[in-house]
Design a protein around this ligand. Structure first.
Ligand SMILES: [Zn+2]
Length: 275
């Protein structure tokens, strides 16, 4: 009798062998089904990252892309909440992407660029009242000279207060806000490393995300910023939402200005989330 025939026969005669084989097959199929389930459930997460700048009770109409009134911002946040969106931190998104940690339904990141004091005066109390997380990207040098700008910036004491609340995460929007693609490699490294050092020193935490001034980046800037220690990088613009295929050093954001109504905001987000 050939070896194979013998083996097949023994499967039927020798019950322990058949039993082990069946056990192996069962284990293998359970494993494959769960892998498929993980893969398919991971594919489903689309992450919008909203980008706001300054909050002001009034502002010139031509700069609506960079401004929003406190009332309108509050309406946006309330609408997100009632539509089932859950604001998350970049750390939570990172853990999901890298280690498969779970995310709440309809996750969203709310972010602010530039470090204006109005983020502290208006956005922070609204977010606190609604218990919503957000990320504020600071130009770290301006936190040492908060009043040296046409619009004042928050200082380190305010940044610390917000970070300690557990709702606001302060991350880097560079050291002095230059357009990175115009800089020498040395200067880019300085911008990334000095702001990293400031956040580490004054907020006692490891920075995680780098937000490019004017959204200007290149392969070289990405490499330098990564080497400086940032695990994620974000752009400016209206490039839709992030999927599991979006590189972590090119995360996209949706710029939100003061002319966007809360209905338009929710409609836009729901359209992005459609399968
Ligand atoms: Zn900026």
């Amino acid at each position: 009798m050939g070896k194979i025939k013998k083996r097949i026969r023994s499967l039927f005669i020798n019950r322990p062998v058949a039993y082990h084989l069946a056990k192996k097959l069962l284990f293998l199929s359970v494993f494959m089904v769960s892998m498929l389930y993980i893969a398919s459930s991971q594919e489903q997460v689309k992450l919008p990252i909203l980008l706001y700048h300054n909050i002001a009770p009034s502002y010139p109409a031509e700069s609506e892309q960079l401004h929003i009134t406190p009332e309108c911002f509050q309406e946006h946040m309330t609408a997100l909440k009632t539509s089932g969106f859950t604001p998350i931190s970049f750390q939570e998104y990172y853990d999901y992407r890298v280690s498969g940690a779970s995310l709440p339904d309809k996750p969203i990141i709310i972010s602010f660029d530039d470090g204006y004091i109005t983020n502290y005066e208006y956005a922070y109390p609204i977010l606190k009242e609604l218990n919503m997380k957000a990320t504020f990207f600071a130009v770290t040098k301006s936190s040492f000279y908060p009043t040296a700008f046409p619009i004042p910036h928050y200082d380190w004491a305010m940044a610390n207060e917000m970070q300690s609340s557990g709702l606001i995460d302060i991350e880097s929007h560079s050291y002095t806000h230059p357009k990175h693609t115009d800089l020498t490699l040395e200067k880019i490294e300085q911008e990334a490393r000095l702001s990293y050092y400031d956040i580490q020193t004054f907020l006692h935490k490891e920075p995680l995300v780098y937000s490019y001034p004017n959204g200007a980046f290149s392969e070289q800037t990405k490499q330098i910023v990564r080497k400086a220690g940032y695990k994620m990088q974000v752009k400016v613009g209206n490039d839709g939402v992030n999927t599991n295929d979006t590189p972590l050093d090119e995360l996209v954001r949706i710029n939100i200005g003061g002319l966007t109504t809360s209905q338009q905001l929710i409609q836009m987000l729901e359209n992005y989330l459609k399968p």
